[in-house]
Design a protein around this ligand. Structure first.
Ligand SMILES: Nc1ncnc2c1ncn2[C@@H]1O[C@H](COP(=O)(O)OP(=O)(O)OP(=O)(O)O)[C@@H](O)[C@H]1O
Length: 598
């Protein structure tokens, strides 16, 4: 199933793995790197070409021009020379703090999180204490405590580093706690690797994008904080930085004298450098969470939808999907659903089978418009034929209409949906929530009665309404989700591998329940699975999907006895001796005569 959840950092494997940890080229990254490169070069090489920044001339304040492209200060010192040396000083402190704070946060966050136990508790306590101490006042106190003549750039860097690592350590700890439970980390531990090696080889590479982002953040924090400290007269005494420049400009009443050339350049360099680092940070964020990437906007000429069919051709049809196409607009666009046409009749179970990756989930999401960028519907239509005779063009519904349509006319049960139940809310509250949203006029008593009714329908004791999800078995939770999908008496239910996570016996029980409910209530089901033999037992009609296309479509019996497409034959052959007589197990609950109960 398409993973729409939050992205996690995948373990690096081989060259491709390392390449995936580099930021993708984007205008943001280009501008960010450009700004950083220009300012870094200016700081590195500029001092070699400009004169002495401390030389006092008998010029006083002079505006930019001639010999002094950025003018002079009150004491006749060249602003350009000061700017070049100050940029170097600020970069020096920024880099020192970036490295120190990143090392500290890695030590307390990663080592603590991985080792656990007392070490983690002690490290965590220390990080928390550092976190609640207000940063700037502490920096001011510590800086003021160190005598001015000993307050070099190293001292200032150390002070800033010890006040700026704790938040990053918390983030790294949380990520490490999650990583240490991953199978490949457990495998390395079981294989007898030493803890430092597991951290270095298995854990650290996964945290590199995060560490890089923390480093960038620390550099920005350091440059800005140092500027603040220097502005207050508490900065490094032996070096000039952009902050000291601003401090002297302030002391020389540059603003009042309208000597903009004195304070604007250092302010601008700080702002542009921060801006450059922030832009690079965006690109690093995109490695950690690819979902943040910009989706390239493509011309939508081919995406013009055809209007939905004006009228249904068959009174029995409840859903018509006509030539639906869905494309994932990524670097190399993925045409996941190609011109798919399906009709679903009232009360029928239509099975959609196909191997993993053929586009089943994408289709299920698109039919209910639950797809998210980069997925885009590039053509076709979805029409819902309501009981009352109205035809609804699903792709044309406005957001409000769509909200009302979903769940009450067409509900969806996704693979692993049982895990979607909120663990801290009772089953009753979660069921009632749906009714409160969609049936605001319903009385409390009626809501309760309906919740009990649907639970009974799916074979769960209504006394379980007061339970929390963790108090139910996986099968019961899945039944609760199906009950939730039934609450508003929908005419169509889309079920995407609803029982895959369950053991065979529970799976069979639920499938029998679905068939019984379909017979009792009469809703139609679009049942999606990779398990074709299962559909042979369950579905009335079957559509077989391959590479985004429907390659075969017909009554289940026909698909079973006379599969026309070679792919269908291959799918059937891949489950040779496991398939009993069609329908024997699910429909009657008896094992198949061939002894092939699946
Ligand atoms: N976010 C995405 N970006 C790019 N391609 C994607 C994205 N999500 C899915 N795809 C691609 O779309 C195609 C269809 O995926 P989909 O998840 O719909 O398949 P599926 O048949 O439901 O598979 P499964 O049974 O394993 O869930 C696959 O080739 C997949 O790689």
């Amino acid at each position: 199933m398409t993973d729409l959840g939050p992205a996690t950092v995948a373990p690096p494997r081989g060259r491709a793995g390392w390449r995936s940890m580099l930021p993708r080229w984007s205008p943001k990254l280009g501008v960010g790197l450009g700004l950083i490169a220009v300012i870094a070069l200016f700081g590195l090489l500029g001092p070699l070409f400009v004169g002495d920044p401390v030389t006092i001339r008998d010029l006083g304040l002079t505006p930019p021009g001639g010999e002094h492209p950025l003018g002079t200060t009150l004491t006749g010192q060249d602003v350009l020379a000061q700017l070049a040396h100050s940029t170097r000083g600020s970069l020096h402190i920024g880099l020192l703090v970036g490295v120190l704070a990143t090392l500290l946060s890695a030590l307390f966050g990663i080592v603590g999180g991985y080792v656990g136990g007392v070490v983690d508790e002690a490290f965590s306590l220390f990080s928390n204490v550092m976190l609640v101490i207000p940063g700037l006042p502490l920096v001011i106190v510590v800086s003021a405590f160190v005598p001015a003549d000993q307050r070099g750039s190293w001292t200032v860097a150390v002070v800033l580093a010890i006040t700026g690592w704790a938040a990053s350590a918390r983030v790294l700890r949380a990520q490490t706690l999650s990583l240490r439970t991953r199978d490949y980390v457990a495998a390395a531990r079981v294989a007898g690797e030493k803890p430092w090696r597991v951290i270095a080889v298995e854990v650290l590479p996964n945290l590199l994008p995060l560490l890089a982002s923390q480093f960038v953040f620390s550099v920005v924090y350091a440059i800005l904080s140092e500027a603040g400290l220097s502005f207050l007269g508490l900065g490094a005494s032996n070096s000039s930085t952009l902050g000291t420049m601003l401090y002297y400009a302030q002391n020389g009443f540059a603003l009042q004298r309208e000597a903009w050339w004195w304070f604007v350049p250092p302010g601008l360099v700080i702002a542009l450098f921060g801006c450059g680092l922030a832009l690079v940070n965006f690109s690093i964020d995109e490695i950690i969470n690819p979902g943040l990437r910009d989706i390239p906007r493509r011309p939508r000429a081919e995406a013009v939808r055809e209007p939905a069919p004006a009228a249904r051709t068959d009174d029995d049809v409840v859903l018509t999907v006509d030539r639906l196409s869905v494309v994932y607009q990524v670097d190399t666009p993925v045409h996941a659903v190609k011109d798919v046409s399906l009709t679903l009749r009232r009360g029928e179970i239509l099975g959609l089978a196909g191997e993993s990756g053929c586009g089943k989930t994408t289709l299920a999401y698109a039919v209910d418009r639950l797809h998210r960028p980069p997925a885009e519907i590039t053509g076709g239509s979805v029409t819902f034929h309501d009981r009352d005779g109205e035809d609804v063009d699903v792709l044309a519904l406005r957001p409000e209409e769509l909200r009302a349509f979903r769940w009450s006319k067409l509900s969806v049960v996704f693979q692993g949906a049982m895990n979607a139940l909120n663990p801290v809310i009772t089953v009753r509250a979660q069921l009632e929530d749906v009714l409160i949203t969609h049936r605001p006029g319903m009385s409390r008593a009626a809501r309760r009665a309906r919740c009990e009714e649907v639970l009974r329908l799916v074979g769960v004791d209504p006394r379980r309404l007061g339970s929390f999800p963790h108090e139910l078995s996986g099968g019961m939770r899945q039944r609760v989700v199906i009950a939730m999908a039934l609450l508003l008496d929908p005419q169509v239910m889309i079920m995407d591998e609803p029982t895959t996570a369950l053991d065979v016996v529970v799976q069979r029980g639920i499938l029998r329940e679905i068939m019984r409910l379909r017979d009792e209530i009469g809703f139609a089901v679009l049942f999606i699975t990779h398990d074709l033999p299962l559909l042979l037992e369950l579905a009335d009609r079957i559509a077989v999907m391959k590479d985004g296309e429907i390659v075969e479509h017909g009554p289940a019996e026909q698909v079973h006895r006379e599969p026309r497409h070679p792919y269908t034959r291959r799918l059937l052959d891949s489950f040779p001796s496991l398939t009993g007589e069609r329908g024997a197990f699910v429909r009657s609950g008896e094992p198949a005569p061939s002894g092939g109960a699946r």
